[in-house]
Design a protein around this ligand. Structure first.
Ligand code: 13P
Length: 354
């Protein structure tokens, strides 16, 4: 069991992470994943370029108005920004909480089924201690759930739920707020109902495991997918349909003492993710703050504008801040697509499929 004093401190950090009008910037892509982002702008995946990329994302003046926390990758928590300050200091100076990805990526589960489990429990405690000593306040672990004709399997749901709970307990014992992220993937031909069913299965099982393990719900943040149809389903859901199904799911499975939910974008376009978040928050007061923890849906337009060129830094940061502001408004149900106009001239946000 986690002691009461520790739970209070964790709860205070969790509340800051979902404070009104702010959300998380996920900037914790592994070296490989950054390589994929760089391929789209024809940039070589070197340490220096990754540092310049993270500098573009993390050193935008005024970012703290919209961003409560940044999820960093191991490399970034050790690097300095281009002005010589550490990235940690850069975000702390903006009043942004530093978080850290602590899982070690995915591995095949059950042979060639297409299902995955997440690596990283080995040696986790030691890594958490080091991140705490560097100043991290929260952590992230991502599990993925695939939908297919006979997926997800009960075994995969169970293992991912147990691993998430074990990670969450280790974080809380070390004084870090665990962001628990069981992502139901958008890849696939499934409809919105199957997404809702699979999401209900993993969330229900995970909250059981968290309880069994003695994790303090007051000291965690849930990172969830929105309930959307699969990318290859040929179906689209309006923001109202996404909001309706997502809220029904959350009402069904979430404990009331959860401090908040942050959504991943999961391959939605920037504009879709913002419109969906807005619709979710327009449905009246919810039992929990519901905000964003986007990677692609905050970064894509800014990355295209930047294109790896120092002379584009300012313009790219302007695009990033605009996107962050739009999502800040959406987290309060105050967004409208007309607000995109002030940045439209720079052609920032993506409208088509990613
Ligand atoms: P996306 O918003 O690009 O889905 O990334 C969020 C994230 O952090 C996944 O773990």
């Amino acid at each position: 069991m986690i002691e009461l004093k520790k739970i209070r401190a964790l709860n205070s950090v969790a509340n800051q992470m979902v404070s009104k009008g702010r959300g998380l910037l996920a900037a914790d892509e592994s070296v490989n994943t950054v390589g994929k982002r760089f391929a789209s702008i024809n940039l070589e995946n070197t340490e220096g370029n990754r540092r310049a990329f993270r500098n573009m994302l993390l050193a935008a003046p005024g970012e703290g108005r919209y961003i409560s926390g940044v999820i960093l990758f191991d490399e970034t928590i050790r690097q300095n920004a281009l002005d010589g300050r550490s990235f940690l200091k850069v975000i702390q100076d903006e009043g942004i909480l530093p978080g850290i990805k602590v899982d070690q990526g995915l591995a095949d589960y059950g042979g060639s089924s297409g299902e995955k489990f997440t690596k990283g429990l080995d040696g986790l405690d030691g890594r958490l201690k080091e991140y705490v000593s560097r100043g991290a306040k929260f952590a992230k672990w991502r599990s993925v759930i695939a939908i297919g004709p006979s997926l997800p399997s009960a075994g995969n749901i169970s293992q991912n739920a147990k691993d998430l709970a074990q990670y969450a307990l280790a974080c809380q014992e070390n004084g870090l707020v665990p962001v628990v992220e069981p992502e139901v993937l958008m890849d696939g031909e499934h409809d919105q109902h199957r997404c809702r069913d699979a999401s209900g299965m993993i969330l229900g099982t995970m909250f059981e495991e968290l309880k069994n393990m003695g994790v303090a719900i007051e000291g965690i943040i849930l990172k969830a997918n929105m309930v959307v149809p699969g990318k290859k389903s040929g179906q689209t859901a309006t923001p109202e349909q996404v909001a309706k199904e997502t809220l029904a799911l959350l009402d069904e499975v979430l404990p009331v003492n959860l401090p908040g939910v942050v959504f991943l974008s999961g391959g939605q376009t920037e504009l879709d993710a913002t419109a969906n978040l807005n619709a979710i928050n327009q449905k009246g007061p919810q039992s929990w703050p519901l905000t964003f923890s986007f990677a692609r849906a905050l970064q894509d337009g800014a990355t295209r504008t930047w294109a790896g060129k120092p002379e584009n830094l300012e313009a790219a940061q302007k695009v990033l801040l605009h996107r962050a502001k739009m999502n800040s408004l959406a987290s309060q149900g105050k967004y409208s697509s007309e607000l995109e106009m002030d940045i439209a001239a720079s052609g920032s946000a993506s409208r088509g499929q990613d």
